[in-house]
Structure formats: structure tokens, C-alpha cells
Write a protein that binds this ligand. Structure first.
Ligand code: PMP
Length: 387
């Protein structure tokens, strides 16, 4: 028997894969996985096509095309008054996933503790463990999923090397207010910890809410590694263009990791993202309004059916808390039942916990055409009454 790397060999098949497989097997509408079912902005796709035809097909520079790094810096200057030097503080990666992996591997050494908040995005823990780090899991709870002084006081210690923070938070669809960010910033400074901030959902915020990057909170500029993803900003999730923004000292080491993970990323898509990031505010505000409309459609429909919906503040997802319904089943049992009996797939939020899971919350993706959402709602009309 060949012995392999236990961190990865022992990983179970994720619930995302399981539910997507069940969705296929049952011919279900898949409101589990988070991708929109429209083709994405035509001008940006056209910019990519032009870049394929008119050059830009060889290895671009390791840090990313200068055009894109400048566009990222200009974009964050415009939206958040954040001053970044495109050459020493911005790097392009193959998606947010690679950006996060580069960030984690550049900071974490064996024995270091890394604070992660549950519900936790699935890529963080294996990479922390591969680096020899020890995840310190903090449990967030519905309906508000907010940070508290007590939970941070219990989690932070002199061994804390870094904290991984996802804002807006997938799957809970929370956009954290300044108060929580200042609290987290205070602890990072007290314990001299690096914040790796997964902000891939930064533009997908609703109802006039403002996304506040942790790096802009006083005291965090030189200790935050900010991660973004064009896939989420432009609803082109397959493109896998991510960004890392950090002070030169932090970025330098993240770049050393990146050079041996992927080295670089498709230049034609980079050109198109550079174009996209320069679009007028209206584009971003319209995108938010359109997604908020879909959120409202699914929220209203689910509420009509009797589901207690926790209203989404951002992301492509809303959540439903099953606990008041008295169904006597866990979120996972509920999801397995509805994909089988009603042909609609969703994701149990307990899948985002490694221990002490919240087991009553289910996540639905609303970034779908009206007709898809309406059909899903029709199918679910009887789902809160167990057959
Ligand atoms: N972080 C979070 C919280 C996400 O939801 C996702 C995408 N589902 C990613 C990172 C990965 O982003 P990308 O597809 O750009 O690798």
C-alpha cells in the first residue's frame, strides 16, 4: 500500500460534489453550487476574445500583466480610497483559491495557530494543515453570525500567527460592519497576527451596503493580505483570475509561493479583467441590483411557502433556518430529502463546520434565471411538510 499525504488522502468527498452528483442523478434544479446561469457581461467576454486573437497568448509576467495590476490598484483606489503600488503590492493569481493558498503558505509555519471562523470555506483548513499550522476554529451562529469580543479573546493567543477572515461571508451572506472589523483589527494588532482576508464577494453586496476591506481599517495596512476574485466580481466564475494585495514585505513571499503553484495565469483573460475593472460605477451597481432582485424573488417565494429566510446581505446565496419548522431532521437530511423528493438541490451549512456544527441552516443559490427560481419554488411547495 502506497502511503500518501494524509492531509489530502483523508479528505472526504465534499458535500458540494455529493449534492451536485445527487442533483444530476435526480435531474434536479441545482441551487447548491454558486454560479450564475447567464453567460456574463458580453463586453468583457469580447475583450477576452479580442485578446486571444490579437496577441497575449504567451507566458505573461509572473506577477500578472502590468495592465491588470494597474487596473486593480486603480479600482481599489476608486472604490475604497486604498492606495496600492501596482508593482510591489499587487499580484495576479489563478483564482481566489490560489491567492488564498499562496497567502497561507507564505505566512504559516509548523506549530502556528491560525484562527478560522466557522462556517469556514472549504479550501482553508487543508492548506493550513499542509503548512503545519493548527486551525483554531471559532463558531459563528445564526441569525447574525457576528464577531464578539469574548469569542476572539478565547481564540487569540501568543501562538496566533494569522487569522483567516471571509467577508462578505459565504455561506452566511453577511457583510460585516465596521464595528466587527475594528474589533478583529484590535486583536490582530494586540497579538501581532496577519489577517488573510478573503474578500472574493466584495462587489456582491445589497441594499446600499458598503463592503469595507479589512486592510483599510487603521493599523491593518501592513498586516493584511487581501484576496479578490474577478470570477465573483464579473459573474465569470470559470475564469479563475484572482488577486493578492498586500504590503511589499508580505506580497514578496506570497509571490514566491505563487511562482511554484501556477507561476502565471491566462494573459487574455487578464486583459479582459483589466478592462472590466475600469467599467463605470453603474455597471457594478446594476449587477448588485439585478442580483438583489433575484434574491428578493427567491426570498419572497420561500417565505410564501413557510420557510424562515435569513435575508442575504451579499453573495449569491441566501440561507433558511429550519429550526422553527419542527421537521425533526438535520440540514443534511433535509437537503437529501428535497433533492430526492422535490428535485431541488441545496447545500447544508453544517458542511462548513468541522466541529460543533450548526445543523439547522440550508443555503440556496439565487443567482439564477427567474424561470429557474420559479420552477424550484413550485417544486418545493410542499417541502416543509414531510411526506
Ligand atoms: N473564497 C470564497 C469564500 C468563495 O466563495 C470562493 C468561490 N466559491 C473562493 C474563495 C474561490 O474563488 P475562485 O473561484 O476565484 O478561486
Amino acid at each position: 500500500m502506497i502511503s500518501q499525504n494524509k492531509v489530502f488522502a483523508d479528505l472526504p468527498v465534499t458535500i458540494f460534489e455529493q449534492m451536485s452528483q445527487l442533483a444530476r442523478d435526480n435531474n434536479a434544479i441545482n441551487l447548491g453550487q454558486g454560479f450564475p446561469d447567464d453567460p456574463g457581461p458580453e463586453d468583457i467576454r469580447r475583450a477576452a476574445a479580442d485578446a486571444v486573437l490579437n496577441g497575449y497568448n504567451q507566458y505573461p509576467s509572473m506577477m500578472g500583466l502590468p495592465e491588470l495590476r494597474q487596473a486593480i490598484a486603480a479600482h481599489y483606489k476608486h472604490w475604497h480610497k486604498l492606495d496600492l503600488d501596482p508593482m510591489s503590492e499587487v499580484m495576479v493569481t489563478s483564482g481566489g483559491t490560489e491567492a488564498l493558498t499562496s497567502a497561507i503558505l507564505s505566512v504559516v509555519e509548523p506549530g502556528d495557530e491560525v484562527i478560522c471562523f466557522q462556517p469556514v470555506y472549504d479550501s482553508y483548513l487543508p492548506i493550513i494543515r499542509q503548512a503545519g499550522g493548527i486551525p483554531r476554529l471559532v463558531r459563528l451562529e445564526p441569525p447574525h453570525w457576528r464577531l464578539s469580543e469574548e469569542m476572539l479573546r478565547q481564540a487569540f493567543s501568543p501562538k496566533t500567527k494569522a487569522v483567516l477572515f471571509n467577508n462578505p461571508l459565504n455561506p452566511a451572506a453577511v457583510v460585516y460592519p465596521r464595528e466587527d472589523l475594528e474589533l478583529l483589527a484590535r486583536f490582530c494588532q494586540e497579538f501581532d497576527a496577519v489577517a488573510i482576508c478573503d474578500e472574493v464577494w466584495e462587489h456582491v453586496v445589497f441594499d446600499g451596503r458598503e463592503h469595507i476591506p479589512l486592510i483599510t481599517i487603521p493599523g491593518m495596512r501592513d498586516r493584511t493580505i487581501k484576496v479578490g476574485s474577478a470570477g465573483k466580481i464579473f459573474s465569470l466564475t470559470g475564469w479563475k483570475i484572482g488577486f493578492v494585495c498586500a504590503a511589499p514585505q508580505l506580497l514578496r513571499v506570497a509571490a514566491k509561493v505563487h511562482q511554484f503553484l501556477t507561476f502565471t495565469t491566462a494573459p487574455n483573460l487578464q486583459m479582459a479583467v483589466a478592462y472590466g475593472l475600469g467599467k463605470s460605477d453603474d455597471y457594478f451597481l446594476d449587477m448588485r441590483a439585478e442580483l438583489a432582485r433575484s434574491r428578493d424573488r427567491l426570498t419572497a417565494g420561500l417565505e410564501r411557502l413557510g420557510f424562515p429566510v435569513l435575508k442575504a446581505q451579499g453573495t449569491y446565496f441566501l440561507t433558511v433556518d429550519l429550526s422553527p419548522l419542527g421537521l425533526n431532521e438535520t440540514d443534511e437530511q433535509f437537503c437529501r430529502r428535497i433533492v430526492h423528493d422535490y428535485k431541488v438541490a441545496a447545500i447544508p451549512v453544517s458542511a462548513f463546520y468541522e466541529k460543533d456544527a450548526v445543523t439547522s441552516v440550508v443555503r440556496f443559490c439565487f443567482a439564477k434565471k427567474d424561470a429557474t427560481l420559479d420552477t424550484a419554488l413550485e417544486r418545493l411547495s410542499d417541502a416543509i411538510h414531510r411526506r
